[in-house]
Design a protein around this ligand. Structure first.
Ligand code: GTP
Ligand code: MG
Length: 333
């Protein structure tokens, strides 16, 4: 699906790029103008995937790898072409926006903060310390999608062995749903390491195609724990970020192609050098931050309550709300 505008842009640059078959470009090394030395420089700077090239500016690549600006432009265009990053028309995008559904959290205050609930067609990331309610929210969403549509299916990729069917039964009862039916519509897979986790995310497509399941929600709880445990030390950071980037790309494509909600959880690490504000920071760096459409910071509030803060959203202001986690679901303060 090559786009006319992309084609016109391409015609302006040299023939060698045009004659290159975009399908043959699988990695940064395959890009025009990238030799071993350039590839090495880019890799060590963490620019190690076609996506990270495609979203770079020519100036950034010049600075990182020492190539000329013309070569940088060619690399970027070829990467964009290989990834089939075309343009969508405004009215197509509006149609996409119209099919967006809002999944209720069960708390009025939380839903209001999210302007109706968690959006389908997007990735929502919740980060916060242990016990802040990230896993609880995953269970709540898996039940909530079945309120509007009894056939809606949740795929739950569990990396920390914290999915509890007993908890689903409580929440289903709280939502006046048949617990057995709700449980049947949740498909859980335990991910044993980061590669397994990435593979499971890719397999969601097969579930949708082969079994024609109406998947409305994909949960990854936790998105970053395996990566954090497996890639230790500075030297492995680039590889870790490359893998997370690929994983997020798979998830984004799933959300977009099937209009489903992707909910991912993320731990925080302490930032001891912070003097002002909250001394915690989400794991996964800018790749997770930029790939998530919505980012919510969860923390413990007064008297056992929880506070959610919307940090990053394309069209909503930064806001905060509070609620209680109870047996039957979220309750107002
Ligand atoms: P980590 O995975 O350790 O990072 O934490 P998390 O953010 O996933 O925390 P989680 O969602 O597991 O929250 C656990 C908290 O939810 C508990 O400390 C309880 O306060 C609350 N909780 C869990 N189950 C229930 C329940 O059945 N009833 C009530 N009232 N609270 C519950
Ligand atoms: Mg958890």
């Amino acid at each position: 699906m090559r786009n006319k505008v992309v084609m016109e842009e391409l015609e302006e640059i040299e023939e060698e790029t045009i004659s290159m078959d975009p399908k043959k470009i699988n990695s940064v090394k395959d890009l025009p103008g990238v030799g071993a030395a350039t590839a090495e420089k880019l890799m060590s700077a963490g620019v190690d995937s076609l996506m990270s090239i495609a979203v770079s500016s020519p100036g950034q690549l010049v600075e990182l790898s020492g190539v000329t600006e013309a070569v940088a432009r060619k690399m970027i265009n070829a990467a964009r072409d290989a990834l089939e990053m075309g343009f969508e028309s405004g009215d197509d995008l509006l149609k996409k926006r119209e099919r967006v559904q809002k999944i209720s959290t069960g708390s009025k205050a939380f839903d209001e903060m999210m302007e109706g609930g968690f959006e389908t067609g997007a990735i929502t990331e919740c980060f916060g310390e242990f016990g802040s309610g990230k896993t609880q929210l995953a269970h709540i969403l898996a039940v909530s999608i079945q309120k509007d549509d009894p056939d809606a299916v949740a795929v739950y990729i569990d990396t920390e062995n914290t999915f509890r069917p007993e908890r689903i039964i409580q929440l289903a009862k709280g939502a006046n749903l048949d617990p057995d039916k709700v449980l049947k519509n949740i498909r859980v897979a335990r991910a044993y390491n980061s590669d397994h986790q990435m593979l499971l995310a890719e397999k969601v497509n097969d579930l949708i195609k082969d079994k024609s399941l109406k998947v409305k929600l994909v949960v990854i709880d936790s998105l970053t724990a395996h990566f954090r445990a497996e890639f230790i030390g500075r030297g492995t950071l680039a590889e870790r970020q490359q893998k997370i980037n690929k994983h997020m790309h798979t998830l984004l494509k799933l959300a977009d192609a099937h209009n489903l909600l992707v909910y991912v959880t993320n731990q925080v690490m302490s930032k001891p050098d912070t003097f002002f504000g909250d001394p915690t920071q989400a794991i996964g760096g800018h790749i997770v931050a930029h790939s998530s459409t919505f980012r919510i910071y969860l923390r413990k509030g007064k008297k056992g309550s929880r506070v959610a803060k919307l940090i990053d959203s394309p069209n909503m202001a930064e806001k905060e709300c509070g609620f209680f986690v109870t047996e039957g679901g979220l309750k107002e303060i």
